[in-house]
Write a new protein. Structure first.
Lengths: 335, 291
């Protein structure tokens, strides 16, 4: 157990280091890149007709945002406020705080991604098992393999565009965009939930279809790799039925790497399908990020970047800590 | 000496020609070569600037004069597609080259010299691998207001070499322990010499496969960023074509000739790169052959 504790300590240290790097990147990138956000704000104000101020206004803004202090003071006040959970104010939705915007968006992203990831994992794993176990040149496995190759090679957002065109425009079965019907206020009742489900059908389908290929191909190669292994031959020699060998022997042995893959993907959920949300104007983090990007709302972009990095790193850390406990073959002593 | 050099050259050719006996590799290679040649030759034959707006009648469907029609700004879409393929492939090529060379060098150094250098390189690569890329890339390209093809490639390069470095490091560690490396050490070869003449040739095929994978990765990420409008605005890439098509809602105005061709070409490029990668994988590890 002592070596495990040392492993935990090492991982925690690495985690803190990565988070610090992420915070620093988030702080430095906007400051390293030429261009003055204050001038953009002022420019926008004057475009709206504000003529007063000029130099004084710029100074006032710089003071207000703390940009007149030196870089170190700025960094430490940034660090302090970030640790307090204060991500600043959105420029576009001014009185609104960045953390409030992110908190409203997160449930949509997590809901969409967790359901789709698990569904596509289950379908892909099952299909991969069947096709990997069936005879080499069976029609099913040949067709499934080439389809999943194309699906895997197609980025999910291109699939999303094609789906919108096919099922929202050409055949108007599903709504084109949004998370719920425009003008309806979110509430917990059957009507609203059905509306949400109807709106999320196409985004879900796009993510499921594009990730299905990967799960299928990886499970298939795992199963194919198991064929001819000693314990499979032994089971065959014992005269067990083919389907029994497939499920009880091959499937169960190939499952562990697949479960690891699922866990890793679930950890990446927050940054997983930002672009799908953009195509469907789905009110999650990706859509928020897209709008912030197009409106140059830097605090929001920075806030979302930070949150996604935090979430992904934390999930990876939890996985790393749990995994040696589940799978004894993973050694944590050596490295 | 001459004989040895000749031997080396012929084995080098052998390594390079080996994948061509793999069916998947050949199919992928042909598709990719076809697309690339069409784009490069087509670009040379262009007599007008595909980016100048208002040159042709607006929103025309495909015809003999304009093979893929024109967009809402009066630009020829076939010309745009040719230019787009060329610049998208250029970005993939630059990123793959830089990342493979930089990553391999870093990996060799870390794996061969161990110690503090190794620790330093390993912590940097581990950090880069854990950080989720897309949001950081979005942040950078959102803040950089003017992006050219080379800036785009440079941004992707920063984040792409870490995977290569990590894998080359672990392979170097295993090759390092083999007899022929011990032999060259005994015969007085220097570290740099051993890396380049003894260890590197062993990973040549693997590096080619890595090159293809990074190119694939770079082009997928690139197209995604451009889809958000974060790509180079002063030229045309396949992703930017989709961005413009989306911005002018080509899809809902029945202008399929605007959005469908870039989608088809992108998917073709990705599928061909992916089949090339599978083919290479199968020639390198014959045991992994699934069929």
């Amino acid at each position: 157990m002592g070596s495990y504790l040392r492993y935990v300590a090492k991982r925690l240290l690495a985690y803190v280091a990565v988070i610090l790097v992420a915070v620093m990147i988030n702080f430095l990138i906007p400051r390293l890149i030429p261009g003055d956000p204050i001038m953009i704000i002022v420019g926008r104000l004057s475009a709206k007709g504000a003529t007063t101020g000029g130099v004084e206004l710029v100074e006032q803004y710089k003071h207000r945002f703390g940009l007149d202090a030196d870089l170190f003071t700025q960094f430490f006040s940034y660090l302090r406020e970030t640790l307090r959970g204060n991500l600043g104010y959105s420029i576009i939705h001014f009185p609104c705080r960045v953390d409030a915007l992110i908190v409203t968006a997160i449930p949509w992203t997590i809901g969409l991604l967790s359901i789709t990831t698990i569904t596509s994992w289950a379908i892909g794993t099952l299909m991969g098992t069947l096709s990997g176990w069936s005879e080499k040149s069976s029609k099913f496995s040949k067709i499934a393999s080439s389809i999943s190759l194309v699906l895997y090679a197609t980025p999910y957002w291109i699939l999303a565009m094609i789906l919108v065109f096919a099922f929202a425009y050409t055949f108007a079965i599903f709504p084109m965009s949004g998370g719920f019907t425009h003008g309806v206020s979110p509430s917990i009742n059957v009507g609203f939930i059905l509306d949400v489900v109807r709106h999320s059908m196409l985004p879900m389908l796009s993510i499921i279809l594009s990730s299905l290929g990967w799960w299928y191909l990886s499970m298939r190669s795992l199963i194919v790799g198991l064929k001819g292994k000693d314990f499979i031959l032994m089971a065959e020699a014992k005269g067990l039925s083919k389907s029994r060998i497939m499920w009880k022997y091959a499937f169960r042995n190939a499952l562990l790497p697949q479960v690891t893959g699922l866990a890793l993907t679930l950890g990446n959920i927050m940054g997983g399908a930002l672009l799908t949300e953009v195509i469907f104007a789905y009110p999650g983090l990706g859509w928020l990020l897209y709008n912030a990007v197009t409106n140059l709302d830097y605090p929001v972009v920075q806030g979302i970047t930070l949150i996604i990095i935090l979430a992904v790193c934390t999930a990876t850390l939890i996985l790393d800590l749990i995994y040696p406990l589940i799978d004894p073959r993973v050694s944590y002593v050596g490295e | 000496m001459d004989l040895r050099r000749h031997e080396k050259a012929s084995s080098f050719l052998k390594i390079l020609s080996m994948p061509f006996s793999n069916k998947k590799f050949v199919v992928g290679f042909m598709i990719l070569a076809g697309i690339t040649l069409t784009a490069v030759i087509g670009d040379m034959l262009l007599t007008f600037d595909p980016l100048r707006t208002g040159r042709f009648p607006l929103s025309q469907p495909p015809s003999l004069a304009h093979l893929l029609g024109t967009d809402t700004l009066g630009r020829d879409l076939f010309a745009q597609l040719l230019l787009g393929i060329e610049s998208s492939l250029t970005i993939g090529l630059i990123v793959a080259t830089v990342s493979t060379l930089l990553g391999a060098t870093m990996g060799f150094i870390a794996g061969y010299y161990k110690g503090f250098v190794d620790l330093l390189i390993r912590s940097v690569t581990d950090t880069f691998i854990v950080l989720p890329l897309l949001p950081i890339l979005i942040l950078i390209s959102c803040l950089l207001r003017t992006i050219s093809i080379f800036v785009m490639a440079a941004i992707l390069c920063i984040f792409s070499w870490a995977w290569t470095a990590r894998q080359v490091r672990s392979q170097t560690l295993s090759v390092k322990e083999s007899d022929f490396v011990y032999m060259s050490k005994l015969s007085g070869m220097k570290g740099r010499e051993i890396i380049f003449t003894e260890i590197m040739p062993h990973m040549l095929q693997w590096m080619i496969a890595n090159f293809i994978n990074v190119a694939l990765w770079a082009m997928i990420i690139e197209a995604g960023l451009e889809m958000l409008g974060l790509g180079p605005h002063n030229t045309m890439t396949l992703g930017m074509m989709l961005y413009w098509a989306n911005l002018h809602s080509a899809m809902f105005r029945e202008m399929w000739w605007w959005w469908a061709p870039p989608v088809i070409v992108l998917v073709l490029i990705f599928v061909s790169l992916y089949t090339i990668s599978i083919g290479l994988d199968e020639t390198i590890n014959p045991r992994q052959r699934t069929r």
